[in-house]
Design a protein around this ligand. Structure first.
Ligand code: ASP
Ligand code: MG
Length: 428
């Protein structure tokens, strides 16, 4: 008997029909002799709608209340799903994040898991119930307040539970058949990937591929939880994200052992670019600036410092950060302007980031050339560049991003002959 954690995203439970389909799927998995723990997201675009509502009332919702509000979305779907399973004759019990023992720190809106004690969940499955847990939320260990873990956080809930319960696999159900070489909504010719290393998946998720929450991949890698990303709309085998290179070889038996050079192209529209103009070019200024940003709890991404123009003794520092952090980071920097001694800040939200990811990049020369030549041929201007061992990323104008993604995807021969199937969801 194995224990499977199944996570269903918002598009899989967007209406009563979807909830019923998911309920049947869960019952089928049990009928095959497995114990099942389910994690659900909020129905459809509920989380966005709740956010829109809050924004109609205030520009600065208290973070504690925002978490109280947003956690309600998942509570609706967990209860409805439990009813649907019950209606089909099986036993189910739903649990909020805190009831399921998901304890976090106190950073509202991006809380991190500190401890998972799923005794109630364990007891429910031992008594023959399907345990359904609300995703994306927990309770602060310190304040006992309800917290949420950041957009897309239900994936992380699922993996955290899978690790704590010692589950055999964590299945992430979504509205496409798995992980693709690019977002099929932007590149219809994108191909499904059969297996991907967690190292590459980490880079893809960090580069904006929304299919898996970044922290879910980190968590799965850390605790050795195999992830299977698949569709709730079909029974097709999805994509396996494998935590260790040994598993990778096991799964690929009979197939070429050499990894493909490129695993995919990810893009991200959620970031803004900040340039701090005229920073004194002396030791300690970058530390001061990034200290201020860290104090504002913002995760920054690409950083570029331009060469100090001779004579002025000043330099420009640019970086990208999530748009949602744009306002308070600018405020924090402004407050320290005199102290740091910079001249100005410029802020631009009309940017997009494209990343090419592949472990085979390490050992294959010429990847950068093909990449930049494809962008050149497509008339895409490159604004910032950053690289890791297995990734090249650029920032360009937001309205050029789709063209850029398609051009790069084609240049690396990733286009399939048939278009990918997108079963549902708005991609919002
Ligand atoms: N409902 C939350 C969101 O839309 C969490 C999730 O879906 O994972 O971001
Ligand atoms: Mg969601």
């Amino acid at each position: 008997m194995s224990l499977i954690v199944q996570k269903f995203g918002g598009s899989s439970v967007s209406d009563a029909q979807g909830i019923k389909r998911v309920a049947r799927r869960i019952i089928d998995t049990r009928a095959e002799g497995n114990d099942v723990v389910v994690v659900v997201s909020a129905m459809g675009d509920t989380t966005d709608e709740l956010l829109d509502l809050a924004n109609q009332l205030t520009d600065e919702a208290p973070a504690r209340e925002m978490d109280m509000l947003l956690s309600a979305g998942e509570r609706i779907s967990m209860a409805l799903l439990a009813m649907a399973i019950d209606g089909l004759g099986a036993k189910a019990a739903s649990f909020t994040g805190s009831q399921a023992g998901v304890l976090t720190d106190s950073i509202h809106g991006k809380a991190r898991v500190i401890e998972v004690s799923p005794q109630r969940v364990r007891r429910a499955i031992d008594r023959g119930y399907v345990a359904i847990v609300a995703g994306f939320q927990g309770m602060s260990k310190e304040s006992n307040d309800i917290t949420t873990m950041g957009r897309g956080g239900s994936d992380t809930t699922a993996v955290a539970l899978a690790a704590a319960l010692g589950a055999d696999v964590c299945e992430i159900y979504t509205d496409v058949d798995g992980i693709y070489t690019a977002d099929p909504r932007v590149v219809p010719a994108a191909q499904k990937i059969d297996t991907i290393s967690s190292e590459e998946m980490l880079e893809m998720a960090a580069s904006g591929a929304k299919i898996l929450h970044l922290r879910c991949v980190e968590y799965a890698r850390r605790f050795g939880v195999p992830l299977h990303v698949r569709s709730s709309f079909s029974t097709n085998e999805g994509t396996w994200v494998l935590p260790s290179p040994d598993d990778q070889i096991k799964i690929q038996e009979g197939e070429p052992l050499e990894q493909p050079i490129i695993s995919g192209v990810a893009h991200d529209r959620s970031e803004a670019k900040v340039t701090i103009v005229g920073v004194p070019d002396i030791p300690g200024k970058a530390a001061q600036i990034f200290g201020i940003i860290a104090g504002a709890h913002a995760n920054i991404d690409m950083i570029v410092q331009n060469i100090s123009t001779s004579g002025t003794g000043r330099t420009d520092i640019s970086f990208t950060l999530p748009m949602v952090d744009g306002k308070h980071v600018q405020e924090a920097l402004r407050a320290a302007q005199a102290d740091v001694g910079f001249e100005d800040i410029s802020y631009n939200e009309k940017v997009g980031k494209l990343s090419l990811v592949g472990a085979g990049m390490r050992s294959n020369p010429g990847v950068s050339y093909t990449f930049f030549e494809a962008l050149h041929q497509a008339g895409v201007n490159v604004d910032m560049i950053s690289t890791s061992e297995i990734r090249i990323s650029i920032v360009t104008d937001a309205d050029k991003l789709d063209t850029a993604v398609r051009a790069v995807h084609a240049a690396f021969d990733l286009d399939a002959e048939q278009d990918a199937t997108v079963y549902g969801g708005t991609g919002r």
